[in-house]
Design a protein around this ligand. Structure first.
Ligand code: NAD
Length: 322
Protein backbone atom coordinates (compact mmCIF):
# COMPACT_ATOMS: atom_id res chain seq x y z
CA UNK A 1 0.00 0.00 0.00
CA UNK A 2 1.24 3.47 -0.88
CA UNK A 3 1.21 5.81 2.10
CA UNK A 4 0.37 9.48 1.56
CA UNK A 5 1.74 11.61 4.38
CA UNK A 6 1.07 15.20 5.45
CA UNK A 7 3.52 17.15 7.59
CA UNK A 8 2.49 19.97 9.93
CA UNK A 9 5.38 22.28 10.85
CA UNK A 10 8.19 23.38 8.55
CA UNK A 11 11.15 23.55 10.94
CA UNK A 12 14.20 21.44 11.70
CA UNK A 13 12.57 18.18 12.71
CA UNK A 14 9.79 18.35 10.10
CA UNK A 15 12.67 18.38 7.59
CA UNK A 16 14.36 15.41 9.30
CA UNK A 17 11.16 13.32 9.07
CA UNK A 18 10.41 14.42 5.47
CA UNK A 19 13.92 13.39 4.45
CA UNK A 20 13.56 9.94 6.04
CA UNK A 21 10.04 9.41 4.67
CA UNK A 22 11.08 10.38 1.15
CA UNK A 23 13.63 7.54 1.15
CA UNK A 24 11.00 4.92 2.10
CA UNK A 25 9.42 2.79 -0.67
CA UNK A 26 5.83 3.74 -1.46
CA UNK A 27 5.76 6.69 0.94
CA UNK A 28 5.03 10.17 -0.41
CA UNK A 29 5.02 13.53 1.34
CA UNK A 30 1.82 14.87 -0.27
CA UNK A 31 1.07 17.94 1.85
CA UNK A 32 2.84 20.39 4.10
CA UNK A 33 1.19 22.83 6.48
CA UNK A 34 3.10 25.76 7.97
CA UNK A 35 2.21 28.61 10.27
CA UNK A 36 2.28 30.78 7.11
CA UNK A 37 1.96 30.10 3.35
CA UNK A 38 5.43 31.39 2.52
CA UNK A 39 7.14 28.97 4.94
CA UNK A 40 4.95 26.08 3.75
CA UNK A 41 5.74 26.79 0.10
CA UNK A 42 9.47 27.04 0.80
CA UNK A 43 9.38 23.68 2.62
CA UNK A 44 7.13 22.00 0.00
CA UNK A 45 9.53 23.03 -2.78
CA UNK A 46 11.91 20.28 -1.61
CA UNK A 47 9.27 17.51 -1.97
CA UNK A 48 7.96 17.14 -5.56
CA UNK A 49 4.60 15.56 -4.57
CA UNK A 50 3.79 18.05 -1.81
CA UNK A 51 1.18 20.83 -1.87
CA UNK A 52 1.62 23.72 0.59
CA UNK A 53 -1.07 24.90 3.02
CA UNK A 54 -1.37 27.45 5.81
CA UNK A 55 -4.46 25.81 7.35
CA UNK A 56 -4.64 22.26 8.72
CA UNK A 57 -8.40 22.01 7.96
CA UNK A 58 -7.85 23.01 4.34
CA UNK A 59 -5.00 20.51 4.00
CA UNK A 60 -7.16 17.69 5.36
CA UNK A 61 -10.16 18.73 3.21
CA UNK A 62 -8.15 18.89 0.01
CA UNK A 63 -5.63 16.00 0.16
CA UNK A 64 -6.56 12.43 1.15
CA UNK A 65 -3.87 11.50 3.69
CA UNK A 66 -3.11 8.12 5.27
CA UNK A 67 -1.01 9.63 8.08
CA UNK A 68 0.11 13.02 9.42
CA UNK A 69 3.31 14.08 11.15
CA UNK A 70 2.91 16.84 13.78
CA UNK A 71 6.24 18.66 14.15
CA UNK A 72 5.19 21.91 15.82
CA UNK A 73 6.54 23.52 19.02
CA UNK A 74 5.07 22.38 22.36
CA UNK A 75 2.65 25.33 22.70
CA UNK A 76 0.97 24.60 19.33
CA UNK A 77 -0.65 21.26 20.23
CA UNK A 78 -4.34 20.54 20.79
CA UNK A 79 -6.44 21.62 17.82
CA UNK A 80 -4.28 19.72 15.32
CA UNK A 81 -4.59 16.39 17.18
CA UNK A 82 -8.37 16.94 17.62
CA UNK A 83 -8.86 17.47 13.87
CA UNK A 84 -6.94 14.27 13.08
CA UNK A 85 -8.83 12.17 15.63
CA UNK A 86 -12.18 13.49 14.31
CA UNK A 87 -11.19 12.36 10.82
CA UNK A 88 -9.68 9.04 11.97
CA UNK A 89 -6.19 9.84 10.60
CA UNK A 90 -3.18 8.12 12.26
CA UNK A 91 -0.59 10.60 13.52
CA UNK A 92 3.04 10.73 14.54
CA UNK A 93 3.62 13.57 17.00
CA UNK A 94 6.97 14.95 18.09
CA UNK A 95 7.70 15.08 21.82
CA UNK A 96 6.80 16.73 24.12
CA UNK A 97 3.00 16.34 23.89
CA UNK A 98 2.51 19.95 25.05
CA UNK A 99 3.84 22.47 27.60
CA UNK A 100 1.44 21.15 30.25
CA UNK A 101 -0.87 18.25 31.10
CA UNK A 102 -4.17 19.90 30.21
CA UNK A 103 -3.95 19.53 26.43
CA UNK A 104 -2.58 15.93 26.52
CA UNK A 105 -5.34 14.93 29.01
CA UNK A 106 -8.01 16.17 26.57
CA UNK A 107 -6.34 14.47 23.59
CA UNK A 108 -5.95 11.21 25.52
CA UNK A 109 -9.67 11.27 26.41
CA UNK A 110 -10.56 11.87 22.76
CA UNK A 111 -8.28 9.01 21.67
CA UNK A 112 -9.97 6.72 24.17
CA UNK A 113 -13.36 7.64 22.62
CA UNK A 114 -12.14 7.36 19.03
CA UNK A 115 -8.82 5.45 18.77
CA UNK A 116 -6.39 6.09 15.92
CA UNK A 117 -2.81 4.79 15.54
CA UNK A 118 -0.40 7.19 17.26
CA UNK A 119 3.34 7.34 17.74
CA UNK A 120 5.35 9.87 19.76
CA UNK A 121 8.93 10.85 18.87
CA UNK A 122 10.72 9.26 21.82
CA UNK A 123 13.34 7.76 19.52
CA UNK A 124 15.78 6.81 22.33
CA UNK A 125 13.49 3.78 22.77
CA UNK A 126 14.47 2.59 19.26
CA UNK A 127 18.25 2.65 19.91
CA UNK A 128 19.91 -0.78 19.67
CA UNK A 129 21.83 0.19 22.81
CA UNK A 130 18.54 0.60 24.71
CA UNK A 131 17.40 -2.89 23.66
CA UNK A 132 20.78 -4.27 24.81
CA UNK A 133 20.55 -2.44 28.15
CA UNK A 134 17.06 -3.83 28.79
CA UNK A 135 18.31 -7.36 28.13
CA UNK A 136 21.36 -6.91 30.43
CA UNK A 137 19.17 -5.43 33.18
CA UNK A 138 17.23 -8.72 33.39
CA UNK A 139 20.24 -10.25 35.18
CA UNK A 140 21.01 -7.24 37.38
CA UNK A 141 19.53 -5.59 40.45
CA UNK A 142 19.23 -1.85 39.89
CA UNK A 143 19.95 0.56 42.71
CA UNK A 144 19.81 3.96 41.08
CA UNK A 145 20.28 6.01 37.94
CA UNK A 146 21.82 9.36 37.07
CA UNK A 147 20.68 11.29 34.02
CA UNK A 148 22.32 14.32 32.38
CA UNK A 149 21.25 16.76 29.67
CA UNK A 150 24.03 19.33 29.88
CA UNK A 151 24.13 21.64 26.91
CA UNK A 152 23.46 24.98 25.29
CA UNK A 153 20.18 26.79 24.66
CA UNK A 154 18.42 26.03 21.33
CA UNK A 155 18.06 29.36 19.53
CA UNK A 156 14.52 28.89 18.13
CA UNK A 157 12.45 31.75 19.64
CA UNK A 158 9.74 29.63 21.32
CA UNK A 159 12.24 27.53 23.32
CA UNK A 160 13.31 30.26 25.78
CA UNK A 161 9.74 31.11 26.81
CA UNK A 162 8.10 29.07 29.56
CA UNK A 163 4.73 29.22 27.78
CA UNK A 164 6.41 28.27 24.47
CA UNK A 165 8.38 25.16 25.38
CA UNK A 166 7.48 24.29 28.98
CA UNK A 167 11.17 24.59 29.89
CA UNK A 168 14.17 22.31 29.37
CA UNK A 169 12.98 19.39 31.51
CA UNK A 170 9.63 19.19 29.67
CA UNK A 171 11.08 19.94 26.22
CA UNK A 172 14.46 18.16 26.05
CA UNK A 173 15.20 16.15 29.17
CA UNK A 174 11.84 14.41 28.63
CA UNK A 175 13.83 11.97 26.44
CA UNK A 176 15.76 10.82 29.54
CA UNK A 177 12.64 10.60 31.73
CA UNK A 178 11.07 8.47 29.02
CA UNK A 179 14.23 6.32 28.77
CA UNK A 180 14.22 5.89 32.56
CA UNK A 181 10.57 4.71 32.46
CA UNK A 182 11.29 2.43 29.48
CA UNK A 183 14.33 0.76 31.08
CA UNK A 184 13.50 0.81 34.81
CA UNK A 185 9.73 1.17 35.09
CA UNK A 186 7.22 3.68 36.41
CA UNK A 187 7.96 6.71 38.56
CA UNK A 188 5.97 7.37 41.72
CA UNK A 189 7.31 10.69 43.06
CA UNK A 190 9.42 13.63 41.94
CA UNK A 191 11.19 16.39 43.84
CA UNK A 192 12.73 19.18 41.78
CA UNK A 193 14.87 22.29 42.24
CA UNK A 194 15.19 24.72 39.32
CA UNK A 195 16.97 28.10 39.02
CA UNK A 196 17.65 30.89 36.52
CA UNK A 197 21.39 31.52 36.78
CA UNK A 198 22.74 32.81 33.46
CA UNK A 199 20.54 32.81 30.37
CA UNK A 200 17.95 35.40 31.52
CA UNK A 201 20.79 37.93 31.68
CA UNK A 202 22.73 36.70 28.65
CA UNK A 203 19.82 36.61 26.15
CA UNK A 204 16.55 38.54 25.61
CA UNK A 205 13.21 37.15 26.75
CA UNK A 206 14.42 34.02 28.56
CA UNK A 207 11.85 32.87 31.15
CA UNK A 208 12.74 29.14 31.35
CA UNK A 209 14.93 27.86 34.18
CA UNK A 210 18.48 27.23 32.98
CA UNK A 211 19.59 24.71 35.62
CA UNK A 212 17.62 21.98 37.35
CA UNK A 213 17.91 18.76 39.29
CA UNK A 214 15.06 16.29 39.78
CA UNK A 215 15.02 13.36 42.22
CA UNK A 216 12.71 10.56 41.12
CA UNK A 217 11.43 7.60 43.18
CA UNK A 218 10.54 4.55 41.11
CA UNK A 219 7.81 2.00 41.78
CA UNK A 220 10.53 -0.69 41.98
CA UNK A 221 12.15 1.08 44.94
CA UNK A 222 15.09 2.34 42.85
CA UNK A 223 15.88 6.05 42.84
CA UNK A 224 17.14 8.38 40.15
CA UNK A 225 18.45 11.89 39.78
CA UNK A 226 18.27 13.75 36.48
CA UNK A 227 19.97 17.11 36.00
CA UNK A 228 19.84 19.51 33.10
CA UNK A 229 21.31 22.83 32.09
CA UNK A 230 21.25 25.03 28.99
CA UNK A 231 23.86 27.56 30.14
CA UNK A 232 26.84 25.91 28.41
CA UNK A 233 28.36 27.15 25.14
CA UNK A 234 28.26 23.56 23.83
CA UNK A 235 26.77 20.15 24.61
CA UNK A 236 28.88 18.40 27.25
CA UNK A 237 26.89 15.26 28.01
CA UNK A 238 23.51 13.63 27.32
CA UNK A 239 22.83 10.24 28.83
CA UNK A 240 21.48 7.94 31.50
CA UNK A 241 23.79 5.91 33.76
CA UNK A 242 22.26 2.96 35.57
CA UNK A 243 23.95 1.63 38.74
CA UNK A 244 23.44 -2.08 39.48
CA UNK A 245 24.87 -4.91 41.60
CA UNK A 246 26.85 -6.03 38.51
CA UNK A 247 28.27 -2.64 37.50
CA UNK A 248 27.26 0.43 35.56
CA UNK A 249 25.32 0.70 32.29
CA UNK A 250 26.02 4.03 30.57
CA UNK A 251 23.46 4.82 27.89
CA UNK A 252 24.41 7.70 25.62
CA UNK A 253 22.99 9.00 22.33
CA UNK A 254 25.12 6.59 20.27
CA UNK A 255 26.16 3.69 22.46
CA UNK A 256 25.91 1.61 25.61
CA UNK A 257 28.96 1.11 27.82
CA UNK A 258 28.92 -1.64 30.44
CA UNK A 259 31.47 -1.15 33.22
CA UNK A 260 32.05 -4.22 35.39
CA UNK A 261 34.65 -5.04 38.04
CA UNK A 262 37.43 -6.06 35.67
CA UNK A 263 36.12 -5.15 32.24
CA UNK A 264 34.46 -2.50 30.13
CA UNK A 265 32.46 -3.31 27.01
CA UNK A 266 30.89 -0.92 24.52
CA UNK A 267 28.08 -1.44 21.99
CA UNK A 268 27.67 1.27 19.36
CA UNK A 269 24.36 1.85 17.56
CA UNK A 270 24.63 0.89 13.90
CA UNK A 271 21.13 2.05 12.87
CA UNK A 272 19.55 5.50 13.14
CA UNK A 273 16.76 5.27 15.77
CA UNK A 274 14.78 8.09 14.12
CA UNK A 275 14.64 6.00 10.93
CA UNK A 276 13.56 2.97 13.01
CA UNK A 277 10.70 4.90 14.67
CA UNK A 278 9.50 6.15 11.27
CA UNK A 279 9.58 2.62 9.85
CA UNK A 280 7.60 1.28 12.83
CA UNK A 281 4.93 3.97 12.41
CA UNK A 282 4.58 3.56 8.62
CA UNK A 283 4.43 -0.24 9.05
CA UNK A 284 1.58 0.23 11.55
CA UNK A 285 -0.28 2.56 9.16
CA UNK A 286 0.12 0.04 6.31
CA UNK A 287 -0.88 -3.07 8.26
CA UNK A 288 -3.07 -1.77 11.10
CA UNK A 289 -0.77 -3.65 13.50
CA UNK A 290 0.67 -1.06 15.91
CA UNK A 291 2.66 -3.53 18.04
CA UNK A 292 6.00 -2.23 16.65
CA UNK A 293 5.33 1.30 17.92
CA UNK A 294 7.32 1.67 21.15
CA UNK A 295 5.79 4.98 22.26
CA UNK A 296 2.06 5.35 21.60
CA UNK A 297 0.30 8.51 22.86
CA UNK A 298 -1.08 6.92 26.04
CA UNK A 299 2.40 5.80 27.13
CA UNK A 300 4.03 9.15 26.27
CA UNK A 301 1.32 10.78 28.38
CA UNK A 302 2.87 9.10 31.46
CA UNK A 303 6.25 10.67 30.65
CA UNK A 304 4.53 14.06 30.31
CA UNK A 305 2.90 13.51 33.73
CA UNK A 306 6.37 13.12 35.27
CA UNK A 307 7.96 16.16 33.60
CA UNK A 308 4.99 18.40 34.41
CA UNK A 309 4.97 17.14 38.02
CA UNK A 310 8.65 18.13 38.25
CA UNK A 311 7.77 21.68 37.19
CA UNK A 312 5.09 21.83 39.90
CA UNK A 313 7.50 20.41 42.47
CA UNK A 314 10.09 23.07 41.65
CA UNK A 315 7.45 25.80 42.05
CA UNK A 316 6.10 24.33 45.32
CA UNK A 317 9.47 23.39 46.81
CA UNK A 318 7.96 20.03 47.78
CA UNK A 319 7.91 16.44 46.50
CA UNK A 320 4.95 15.68 44.19
CA UNK A 321 3.48 12.15 44.15
CA UNK A 322 2.26 10.65 40.87
N1 NAD B 1 12.83 13.76 18.77
C1 NAD B 1 13.80 14.65 18.79
O1 NAD B 1 14.94 14.35 19.13
C2 NAD B 1 13.52 16.05 18.38
C3 NAD B 1 14.52 16.86 17.83
C4 NAD B 1 14.21 18.17 17.45
C5 NAD B 1 12.93 18.65 17.65
N2 NAD B 1 11.99 17.83 18.22
C6 NAD B 1 10.63 18.35 18.51
O2 NAD B 1 9.98 18.74 17.33
C7 NAD B 1 9.15 19.88 17.58
C8 NAD B 1 9.53 20.98 16.60
O3 NAD B 1 10.89 21.33 16.82
P1 NAD B 1 11.79 21.99 15.68
O4 NAD B 1 13.18 21.93 16.19
O5 NAD B 1 11.47 21.43 14.36
O6 NAD B 1 11.26 23.51 15.79
P2 NAD B 1 11.33 24.66 14.70
O7 NAD B 1 11.13 25.94 15.42
O8 NAD B 1 12.52 24.47 13.83
O9 NAD B 1 10.04 24.36 13.82
C9 NAD B 1 8.73 24.46 14.30
C10 NAD B 1 7.83 24.76 13.13
O10 NAD B 1 6.47 24.71 13.52
C11 NAD B 1 5.78 25.78 12.87
N3 NAD B 1 4.52 26.00 13.59
C12 NAD B 1 4.32 26.54 14.80
N4 NAD B 1 3.01 26.52 15.11
C13 NAD B 1 2.38 25.92 14.08
C14 NAD B 1 1.04 25.61 13.78
N5 NAD B 1 0.08 25.86 14.68
N6 NAD B 1 0.75 25.00 12.61
C15 NAD B 1 1.72 24.72 11.73
N7 NAD B 1 3.02 24.99 11.94
C16 NAD B 1 3.34 25.60 13.10
C17 NAD B 1 6.78 26.90 12.90
O11 NAD B 1 6.47 27.90 11.99
C18 NAD B 1 8.06 26.14 12.55
O12 NAD B 1 8.19 26.00 11.16
C19 NAD B 1 9.40 20.25 19.05
O13 NAD B 1 8.39 19.73 19.86
C20 NAD B 1 10.71 19.58 19.38
O14 NAD B 1 10.82 19.20 20.74
C21 NAD B 1 12.25 16.56 18.55
Amino acid sequence: MNVNVGIIGTGWFAGTHAEILSRMDGVKVRAVCGSGMEKAERFAADWPDATAFASVEEMLDRIPLDAVYICVPPMAHGKIERLLIERGIPFFVEKPLATDLEVPSQILAELQRKPVITSVGYHFRYMESTTKAISLLKTMKTGSALGFWMGDMPKVPWWRKQEGSGGQFIEQTTHLVDLLRYTLGEIREVYAAYANRVMHEAEDGVTVADVGTVTLKLASGAIASISNTCILPMTEKIGLHIYTDRGVLQLGMNSLTEIGKDRTEEWRNTANPVVAENEAFIRAVRTGDASGILSPYEDAFKTQQVTVAALHSAALGQPVPL
